[in-house]
Ligand binder design. Sequence first.
Ligand code: PAF
Length: 270
Amino acid sequence: MRILRTVNEVREALAPARELGERIGLVPTMGAFHDGHRALMRAAREASDVVVVSLFVNPAQFNAAGDLARYPRDEERDARDAEAHGVDLLFVPSVEELYPPGFDTWVEPGELATTLEGAARPGHFRAVATVCTKLFAIVTPTAAWFGQKDAQQVAVVRRVVSDLDLGLEIVALPTIRDSDGLALSSRNVFLSPQERRLSLALPRALEAGSAAHEAGGNAIAAARSVLDGAGEIEVEYVALADFDGPTLVAAIRVGETRLIDNVRLGRTSR
Ligand code: PAF
């Protein structure tokens, strides 16, 4: 596996694959790999001739400076992990490489990006859309893999790809969960044992919402009542959204950590 740090290095490394018409698979990440990322890498490996993983903690998509500063980073460990999963190129650009001095062009997604995560984190999806569009332009992938845990992100990126005719497939893989039901997230490492116990209210609330929906009841009310009874957590939102299908979404705060999760309604498994 090669580790590349500049846009030109990536373009040069991919030129032969592009000439041969090979399938280039991209997994955009911010590192701190967990089993969710590993599932994306495996799926990309199976479907592609060349697999590129980008590792870039995109400062523009963080709202709070503290959240960016404490975001977990371990490039060496991630590189070993990527190599073990058959990744060919690991693209690890610096902030200056992707946002050089004078950088002044942004991809502004529309209405889809204004609600829920978009409302809670102003500018977040503009930054995600911009960095993804840049990565798509640099790597020119046939397909890119994302986790369904960030359902709104997947919907926004799909819309950007479609609206801007970027010509790649966006593949979303189901959320990977720990045995206790908590969706894997790089931010889970911040949870104390007590906070982790409290966090389990989130997947339980979504299960309850999904069960209520299947029984013809009110998914939001059922999820809310689990969260309201959970103790020391702050509920930011519980809502129904159309993210490539009806989806029950929720965001909570447990101590300093913000967690999001979702479940597709009308299906028996997520
Ligand atoms: O989901 C993430 O890790 C990030 O939002 C992404 C897609 C890599 C863009 O920075």
